[in-house]
Design a protein around this ligand. Sequence first.
Ligand SMILES: NC(=O)c1ccc[n+]([C@@H]2O[C@H](COP(=O)([O-])OP(=O)(O)OC[C@H]3O[C@@H](n4cnc5c(N)ncnc54)[C@H](O)[C@@H]3O)[C@@H](O)[C@H]2O)c1
Length: 358
Amino acid sequence: MTSIKRPRLRVGVLGCGQIAQAAHFESCRKARNAELYAICDSAPDLLARMTQVHQPVRAFDTYDAMLADPELDAVIIAVADQFHAALAMQAMWAGKHVLIEKPMAVTVEEAEEIAACARATARVVQVGTMKRFDPGIAFAHDALRDDLGTIVALEAWYGDSTRRYAMTDATQPVIESSKRVRRPDGDPKADRPRYYLLGHGSHLVDLARYLAGPIAAVRARERHVAGIWVWFVEVEFTSGAIGHLNLGIPYRSDWHEGFNVFAEHGSVTGKIHNPWYLKTAEVECYTERDGIIRRPLGEDGHVYRRQLEGFADTILTGVPQRGANAEDGLAAVRALVAIRQSAARDAWVRLDSVTGAV
Ligand SMILES: NC(=O)c1ccc[n+]([C@@H]2O[C@H](COP(=O)([O-])OP(=O)(O)OC[C@H]3O[C@@H](n4cnc5c(N)ncnc54)[C@H](O)[C@@H]3O)[C@@H](O)[C@H]2O)c1
């Protein structure tokens, strides 16, 4: 898979905005197998400040210039969702591997193009649905894959909290900004259901797929009451398992995220914390054969650094990819489009039938 002959992946971060400052710069600097080789932003004042703080080897004010650097191995695409597809494909055609922030794309067609580009260029694509690198969630996944037999049913929930900014402001660094940042035309938040499904629903559908496999069809109900957007989604997995997803933005409650999965030889249950606490999910796995419940001590819950290390491991040593690949990213976009269409039509929608935007 790789021709890179160095122990640490040389990473360039595209975008010096919120997620780069809160997660990616630090992750690149702390990773055991990667380094913050380059950063790039079209806002020169923000680029200068981030260069001073994080000391990359190179700083670029254009993406073309960063991609032209032959020493650069991979790019983290940390810009607005609407820009992901074109910039990710540009990187792959320039020979770079890409870690694309979630959601991978905003339409089925864009996501299909990314998946086709990944195949054509043989580059590693990983989507930034980083919860797969939570040691508790990974433990649940591995137990279901290796030990618990046929999956019968899954329920999973993701409720943002009205208090979430109190939580995240307490744990994130001060986020620097600039009047000159590049943003998509119009207001991406104007269509709230779309914005919430892309931003939050992308995590929930990826979790469901990671634990219980591909989704064949969904039937969703959507409500907007008292400022709370809710989707209750019935799921049919291609395996025949059935599921239920509960997405609520924002609930008048604490952060509300977790899952139960029931299988032939046991079950797993998990309570997931707000990611900015960097605290591993509390996961238990019950096995019927011995009547024992096991719970891993996930001492390292830095999911953002761990997703980068996993990405770098795949590129440098060829280990199988734990992160969501381009096909997973495409499937997640299909699921989000299907949820939206199902809620509008009040009918089951098959994922393989959908086209268009979330
Ligand atoms: N995984 C997570 O937990 C998580 C959390 C928050 C955001 N995100 C995702 O991260 C992505 C970025 O979000 P954000 O809030 O950091 O965005 P942002 O708008 O705050 O920052 C993006 C930066 O990229 C720069 N930029 C945009 N296009 C550019 C280009 N072509 N060349 C150079 N610079 C360019 C902008 O000037 C801006 O500074 C989104 O897709 C979002 O969904 C993920």
